[in-house]
Design a protein around this ligand. Structure first.
Ligand SMILES: Cc1cc2nc3c(=O)[nH]c(=O)nc-3n(C[C@H](O)[C@H](O)[C@H](O)COP(=O)(O)OP(=O)(O)OC[C@H]3O[C@@H](n4cnc5c(N)ncnc54)[C@H](O)[C@@H]3O)c2cc1C
Length: 462
C-alpha cells in the first residue's frame, strides 16, 4: 500500500495496544495510519492471560469479538500452591454476570486484531519501522519510516501520533521521564498434554526462591513461566537444566511434572525481562503514548493488556467526542485529560502487580499472604476482584495489603510475643511499607501521598 499524506491519527506499532486502538478509532470514522515493523505472526510469550477486567473493557470498546476463533481458553479463577498445599479462588461475578478471563496465544490474538484492521476501509496499515517523529514548531506532525521489504523512506502526517511500540520502545526516552527497572526475568515454556489440577484456572506456585505461573493458552497447550529474580537473564546451560529439574520440578503439582520434564528436555524456552516502568509522560503537543511504551508493571498478575485496553477506552472516548480532527488544541487537551485521569483505572493494576511480586520475595509476607487468601470469604474474594481488574478500588487494595502484613504479625508472635518475634514482625512490616510506598507514589506523584508515605518511611526507614 502506498503511503498517503494526511491522516487524523498515526499509530506506531500494531501490537495489542496499537491494533485495538486503530480498531476503535477506525470504527468511529477517524482516518488512521498504522505503521508496524513486522506483520508476520510472532511466537510470543507475553500477554497470554487476559483478566476478566480486560474482557469487560474489550466489550465496552465493542471489540470483544476479537477474542473469537483463537481457541482461547476461559479462565475461571486462580489456584494457589505452596509447600504441598493448595486451594482455589473463583473470580467474582460482575454486575450479576460471570465473566471469564482468557488464556490465549498472543501471536494469534495480535494477528486477529491486525486482520480486523486490515479489513477496515478507514485504516491504512504500512509495514515498516518508524525511525523518527517529525516535528514542526514544537509539535509532532507525523512519522518517518522505512518500509520493510523495499527499504524506502516514507512519511506520514497526522494530527495526532500515538506511540504503541511496546516494551522496548525507542521513543519512550524522548517522550517521558520514566525510569526503567528490571525486577526479574521470566523463563517460559509451553507444556503439551498437560492436565492442570484446576481446569480453566491460572495456577500460582508460591515456589522457592520465586513464583511460577501456569495457565492454558489453547485447548492443547499450557504456558509455564518461571521467575528468576534480579537483573541477570537465565541462559541455556547444564546448570539451568539441573535447576529446573532439581529445584523447580519438586515444587510443581504432580499432574504437570511429566510434561514439564519433557519440555525441559526439548529445551525450547524463551526468556523475557519483567519491567517496572511508571508512567511519566512529558506533555508534548501532537503525540501520546499507550501500552508498554507508556507504563509497565510486573507480569505476575497478567495486567498489561487490561491496562492498555482501559487506556484505549479513556483516550479513545475523548478523541471520538471531538467535533472535528482539524483543530489541534482540543486534541492536545484530550491527551492531557487522558494522562491526568488514567491512574483511576490503572493504579490498582500497577500497584498490585509489583506489590504482590515484592510479597513473594519475603518469606514471612509470602506465607501470610497465602494463609490470608486461603482463609476465604472477603479475604479471598476482594483481593481477587482487584487481581481480575473487576474492581479498581485502590483503598480496598491497600486495606488488604496491610491486612496481610498484620495477619502475618499475628501469626509470627504466636503463642506469645518474644523479643525475637517482635523483631521479626517489625522487619516484616517495614518491608511491607517499603514495598508498597514507592508503588503508590508512582501512581500519585501528588504532595499528599508523598507526605503520607514519607511519614511512614520515617517510622519504617528503608
Ligand atoms: C513475560 C511477560 C508476560 C506477560 N504476560 C501478560 C499476561 O499474561 N497478561 C497481560 O495482560 N499482559 C501480560 N504481559 C504484558 C503485555 O504483554 C503487554 O502489556 C502488552 O503486550 C502491551 O501491548 P503493546 O501493544 O504496548 O506492545 P506489543 O504488543 O509488544 O506491541 C508493540 C508493537 O510495536 C511494533 N514496533 C516496535 N517498534 C516499532 C517501530 N519502530 N516501528 C513500527 N513498529 C514497531 C512491534 O513489532 C509490536 O508489534 C506480559 C509481559 C511480559 C514481559
Amino acid at each position: 500500500m502506498e503511503a498517503k499524506k494526511q491522516f487524523d491519527v498515526c499509530i506506531i506499532g500494531a501490537g495489542v495496544a496499537g491494533g485495538v486502538l486503530a480498531a476503535y478509532l477506525g470504527k468511529h470514522g477517524l482516518r488512521i495510519a498504522v505503521v508496524e515493523k513486522n506483520l508476520a505472526e510472532q511466537e510470543r510469550m507475553i500477554g497470554e492471560l487476559l483478566q476478566p477486567g480486560g474482557v469487560i473493557k474489550l466489550h465496552e470498546l465493542r471489540l470483544e469479538h476479537l477474542l473469537d476463533e483463537l481457541d482461547a481458553q476461559p479462565i475461571e479463577g486462580y489456584g494457589l500452591f505452596m509447600h504441598g498445599d493448595n486451594f482455589k479462588i473463583t473470580y467474582p461475578v460482575y454486575q450479576g454476570k460471570v465473566i471469564h478471563g482468557r488464556g490465549l496465544r498472543n501471536g494469534k490474538f495480535v494477528q486477529r486484531i491486525r486482520q480486523h484492521i486490515l479489513n477496515m476501509p478507514v485504516v491504512s496499515v504500512f509495514e515498516g519501522t518508524v525511525k523518527e517523529l517529525q516535528e514542526a514548531n514544537g509539535r509532532v506532525t507525523g512519522v518517518k519510516f522505512i518500509t520493510r521489504h523495499s527499504e524506502e523512506e516514507q512519511q506520514i502526517s497526522a494530527n495526532l501520533t500515538v506511540v504503541c511500540d511496546g516494551m522496548f520502545s525507542v521513543f519512550r526516552g524522548q517522550l517521558s521521564a520514566a525510569e526503567k527497572k528490571i525486577s526479574s526475568y521470566f523463563l517460559g515454556m509451553i507444556l503439551k498434554d498437560c492436565e492442570l489440577p484446576f481446569k480453566n484456572h491460572g495456577h500460582v506456585i508460591v515456589a522457592e526462591p520465586s513464583p511460577c505461573l501456569i495457565y492454558p493458552i489453547s485447548s492443547t497447550e499450557t504456558r509455564i513461566l518461571i521467575d528468576f529474580p534480579g537483573n541477570e537473564a537465565p541462559r541455556k546451560s547444564a546448570e539451568l537444566t539441573t535447576y529446573l529439574t532439581c529445584t523447580i520440578v519438586p515444587q510443581l503439582p504432580l499432574q504437570i511434572r511429566s510434561s514439564f520434564i519433557a519440555a525441559v528436555a526439548e529445551g525450547k524456552f524463551k526468556v523475557m525481562p519483567n519491567h517496572l516502568i511508571p508512567a511519566r509522560p512529558f506533555r508534548k503537543p501532537g503525540v501520546v503514548m499507550i501500552g508498554d511504551s507508556l507504563n509497565m508493571r510486573h507480569p505476575l498478575t497478567g495486567g498489561g493488556m487490561t491496562a492498555a485496553f482501559s487506556d484505549i477506552l479513556n483516550l479513545g472516548k475523548r478523541l471520538i467526542a471531538l467535533e472535528n480532527f482539524e483543530a489541534t488544541e482540543p486534541i492536545d487537551k484530550a491527551v492531557q485529560n487522558f494522562y491526568t485521569s488514567r491512574h483511576k483505572q490503572n493504579a490498582t493494576i500497577n500497584i498490585l502487580a509489583d506489590a504482590l511480586y515484592g510479597v513473594m520475595q519475603n518469606e514471612d509476607l509470602k506465607i501470610a499472604c497465602y494463609d490470608y487468601l486461603k482463609s476465604g470469604g472477603k479475604r479471598a474474594l476482594e483481593p481477587i476482584s482487584i487481581l481480575s481488574a473487576i474492581s479498581r478500588d485502590e483503598k480496598l487494595l491497600l486495606r488488604h495489603f496491610f491486612a496481610v502484613a498484620f495477619y502475618g504479625v499475628g501469626e509470627i508472635i504466636k503463642p506469645f510475643p518474644s523479643f525475637t518475634r517482635m523483631g521479626r514482625s517489625y522487619a516484616m512490616l517495614k518491608n511491607a511499607v517499603n514495598i508498597v510506598s514507592p508503588l503508590v507514589m508512582n501512581e500519585h506523584p501528588g504532595l499528599f501521598s508523598r507526605s503520607a508515605f514519607r511519614m511512614a518511611g520515617f517510622y519504617f526507614e528503608p
